[in-house]
Ligand binder design. Structure first.
Ligand SMILES: [Fe+2]
Ligand SMILES: [Fe+2]
Length: 183
C-alpha cells in the first residue's frame, strides 16, 4: 500500500468528524451510543497523533509554530474535558443534546483552525518523506482502533469490545500514539 502523508490522513479524519455529527444528531438510543463511542475513540487517537508528532514538528520546524501549537492544544484540552462530561450523560437526554451541539461547534472550529493555520505550515516546512513516515505510523495506530458502526444496524457487543471502556480512553490513545511514533 502506498504510504500516505500524515496531513492527508488527518484531513480525512476531519471529513469523517464533519459527517459523524449530523448522524449523531439524527440517531437515538443504542445507535447514538455506539456512534458516540466510535467518535470518542477516533477523536482520541486523532488528537493523540497530533500531540505526538504534529505539534512537536510545529514547534521545532515551523517558524512561529509555537504560538499555533499552544492555541490548538488548548482547544483540544477543552474538547477532551467536554467529552469526559458527556460520557457520564444519558445519550437521549436534553443535557447530552446540548453538549453535542457544543462539541460539534468546538470540534469543527478546531478542525478549521488546524486546516487554516497548522497543516499548510507543516506541509511547507516538513519534507514529504518525513510526512509519509508519520503517515505510516498513524495507519498502524489506527489498525488497532474500532471500525465505524454502520448507521441503523447496531452491533453493540462487538463495537463496545473494540472501543473498550470510555474511562481513560484518551490516556490509552496517548500511550498507543507514543509507541506508534517511536522512531
Ligand atoms: Fe487537533
Ligand atoms: Fe485535527
Amino acid at each position: 500500500m502506498a504510504e500516505k502523508d500524515i496531513i492527508d490522513l488527518l484531513l480525512a479524519d476531519h471529513r469523517e468528524f464533519r459527517e459523524l455529527f449530523p448522524q449523531l444528531r439524527e440517531a437515538s438510543g443504542k445507535e447514538r451510543e455506539e456512534l458516540f463511542h466510535y467518535l470518542v475513540a477516533r477523536l482520541a487517537s486523532h488528537e493523540a497523533a497530533e500531540e505526538s508528532v504534529v505539534h512537536p514538528a510545529l514547534r521545532d520546524d515551523v517558524p512561529g509554530g509555537e504560538e499555533v501549537a499552544i492555541s490548538v492544544l488548548q482547544e483540544e484540552a477543552d474538547a477532551e474535558q467536554l467529552l469526559h462530561r458527556m460520557t457520564k450523560m444519558e445519550v437521549d437526554s436534553d443535557e447530552f443534546a446540548a453538549a453535542l451541539g457544543h462539541l460539534e461547534r468546538d470540534v469543527l472550529a478546531h478542525a478549521d483552525h488546524e486546516e487554516r493555520d497548522e497543516f499548510p505550515r507543516i506541509r511547507e516546512h516538513l519534507d514529504v518523506t518525513h510526512r509519509r513516515e508519520m503517515g505510516r505510523a498513524f495507519t498502524t495506530l489506527r489498525q488497532s482502533g474500532p471500525t465505524r458502526p454502520h448507521p441503523r444496524t447496531p452491533q453493540a457487543p462487538e463495537i463496545r469490545a473494540a472501543v473498550g471502556p470510555m474511562v481513560g480512553i484518551f490516556d490509552r490513545a496517548r500511550d498507543a500514539a507514543r509507541d506508534a511514533f517511536k522512531r
